[in-house]
Design a protein around this ligand. Structure first.
Ligand code: TXA
Ligand code: MG
Length: 340
């Protein structure tokens, strides 16, 4: 049985000992749960790849608590510092040039000369980083290619005994992963939409921050993760649904009273059992929808459902991140190759 322990100073000490010993800890963060290990310990990092079934060419994010710790592993420009001061601690990951003397395992950044770094705001994540005394490598705590996890129960369900201990600290607030900002090129660009929007970044950096989500046709990508099919439930996902087919479950956004069952003239909300409907946000609030997304995909991912029909989500603000995850879940992206 996986060891799930409620967050407390005792739990943090135990988890820090696991990390120092080369083990893996399910760590709550404000975005999603992470699978944490000592980023300096190559064997521990290798265990992350093994536990997730993750291809070794896909690098991990290193989590630290302050800017000094970032500067010990990577080089930061004035512009990087500007983004850091505004959005850290929080759901932003910066791709930076890795210092030659970073002390990190090469596997963390998959042999690249760059490294992904994030300062999380979640108090338990911060306490664990502090108590461990090392930079922490942490991808999302799910089997590669499956739905990310926002609760301790989902971590246990996804990773089972592959994780030594899980610190339980409720559901992750934001619910989608951090925004990945590439700071290497001439202009910063977003490699993965997430908790911080392009609009927010543009305002702070004083330039229009574009998305670079990879060339879906040529397979040319800047971030190895862009090659991968992510976030997939076991049952198919059908996007932009305007009605519900027999046997499908329904994931709603906004008022859903006009959704009908195809061919029956009946309203879906009356025709479907409660177990087949989940509401991302009845009010149409994109932040609420993001925080519910992965938990509700887990909830509807039942063998009795032939598919999950998802209503249209506006492609703006944090809706861009929600649609990115849904599009990958639906295998609607041409650049999907294998798991993440
Ligand atoms: O919110 C989050 O970011 C969560 C929590 C646990 O912090 N972590 C997370 O990690 O989502 P992961 O490993 O699932 O996603 C990291 C993404 C991948 O798409 C990976 O390809 C990209 O960041 N990445 C990591 N290092 C990179 C690098 N050096 N260059 C380009 N992309 C990189
Ligand atoms: Mg992930």
């Amino acid at each position: 049985m996986t060891h799930i322990i409620s967050a407390s100073s005792d739990a943090i000490s135990q988890a820090a000992a696991v990390i120092q010993d080369g083990g893996l800890v399910g760590m709550p963060t404000e975005t999603v749960y992470g699978l944490a290990a000592n980023a300096r310990d190559g064997k521990a990092v290798a265990r992350i790849f093994e536990a997730k079934g993750r291809p070794q060419f896909n690098p991990l994010i290193v989590h630290v608590n302050d800017i000094e710790a970032v500067q010990a592993i990577a080089y930061m420009s004035e512009q990087d510092m500007c983004a850091a001061q505004k959005f850290w601690p929080g759901p932003l990951t910066l791709i930076l040039r890795r210092r030659e003397d970073s002390g990190l395992s090469d596997l963390v950044s998959a042999g690249l000369s760059t490294v992904a770094v994030r300062i999380p705001s979640h108090k338990t994540a911060r306490a664990l980083i502090e108590a461990s005394g090392v930079p922490i490598a942490a991808p999302s705590a799910n089997r590669s290619g499956t739905i990310s996890t926002t609760t301790p129960a989902h971590v246990a369900q996804s990773l089972g005994n592959a994780v030594d201990m899980i610190i339980a600290d409720g559901a992750s607030d934001i619910g989608v992963e951090s925004t990945v900002l590439d700071c290497i090129g001439d202009a910063p660009c977003i490699l993965r939409p997430g908790g911080i929007t392009a609009e927010e970044l543009s305002e702070v950096l004083g330039c229009t921050v574009q998305y670079d989500l990879g060339d879906k046709d040529s397979g040319e990508v800047k971030s190895p993760g862009q090659l991968l099919r992510h976030y997939a439930p076991r049952v198919p996902v059908r996007l932009n649904a305007i009605d519900v087919e027999e046997g499908e479950a329904l994931l709603t956004f906004g008022p859903a009273q006009f959704m009908g069952m195809r061919g029956s003239g009946e309203q879906a909300l009356q025709a479907l059992p409660d177990s087949a409907i989940a509401h991302l946000s009845k009010e149409g609030d994109l932040y609420e929808a993001a925080s519910n997304l992965f938990a509700m995909l887990h909830q509807l991912d039942l063998p009795e459902h032939k598919a999950i029909a998802v209503m249209n989500i506006p492609d703006q603000g944090v809706g861009v991140a929600i649609n990115d995850r849904l599009c990958r879940a639906a295998k609607a992206c041409k650049n999907n190759v294998s798991g993440s």
